[in-house]
Design a protein around this ligand. Structure first.
Ligand code: SAH
Length: 218
């Protein structure tokens, strides 16, 4: 497995342990199980992909989750990253039902992910809908991770970050020019850190048509 011998960039032992605890084969389609441990994205249906494990590790490490914190994921997809977040929260002594929230726009994928997660003993809060709206009833969040790329940083999500909160999101309209960004919300300002180039499926949302909801980064 790549997380056993490689990934020098992933120095957070808890993140590495979470990868060792979750069987990715459960989250990929049956005909692709032989490739489940490849460090590569794979198709999961509905034109979507299960993310590359290394990129998930990079994103989850950047969230720097602490005990008692709550995390919102946008783009549940297969549920694999959700399961990694559940494993991480458990290591921190928390309960996924109180600490992990995930939104998926495809009802088909959301249904499949809910079943896989339940079978894996992971019971986060799941919702079907447009994740760009965030989850106002449960906001603010200490961490938000977006698993699809937007041309702009959505203001709605920055607004749902707690003071001290971290948002990790791929930004870039062109698939060849996306960068992974870490946005840290401090009391008076936001701090932006470019974590490097990535390649994600697009974040689809009519809420991004509203210029008032767009924060330009590139
Ligand atoms: N981490 C997931 C990645 C799935 S791909 C995994 O490893 O399986 C990205 C997902 O984002 C897709 O399932 C897609 O349907 C979803 N998505 C795209 N736009 C969205 C939006 N506005 N709200 C919620 N989910 C969205």
């Amino acid at each position: 497995m790549p997380w056993e011998s490689g990934w020098p960039e992933i120095h957070d032992v808890r993140v590495r342990t979470a990868f060792a605890q979750v069987d990715r084969a459960r989250f990929v389609p049956a005909d692709l199980r032989a490739q489940a441990n490849d460090d590569a994205p794979l198709p999961i249906g509905e034109g979507q992909t299960i993310s590359q494990p290394f990129v998930i590790a990079l994103m989850v490490q950047a969230l720097a989750l602490q005990a008692g914190e709550r995390v919102l994921e946008i783009g549940t997809g297969s549920g694999y990253q959700t399961a990694i977040l559940c494993a991480l929260v458990r290591q921190l002594g928390g309960a996924p039902a109180q600490s992990v929230y995930s939104i998926e726009r495809s009802a088909t994928l959301a249904r499949a992910a809910a079943a896989t997660l339940a079978a894996s003993g992971c019971t986060p809060q799941l919702a079907v809908g447009d994740g760009v709206a965030g989850w106002p009833e449960a906001a603010p969040f200490d961490a938000i991770v977006v698993s699809a790329a937007a041309a702009w940083l959505p203001r709605t999500l920055v607004d749902q970050l707690a003071i001290g909160g971290r948002l990790v999101i791929p930004v870039g309209a062109n698939p060849d020019e996306q960068e992974l960004w870490l946005i840290q919300r401090h009391s008076a300002q936001v701090e932006l850190t470019d974590l490097g180039p990535v390649r994600f499926v697009p974040l689809l949302s009519p809420l991004l048509d509203d210029p008032a909801n767009r924060i330009a980064l590139l």
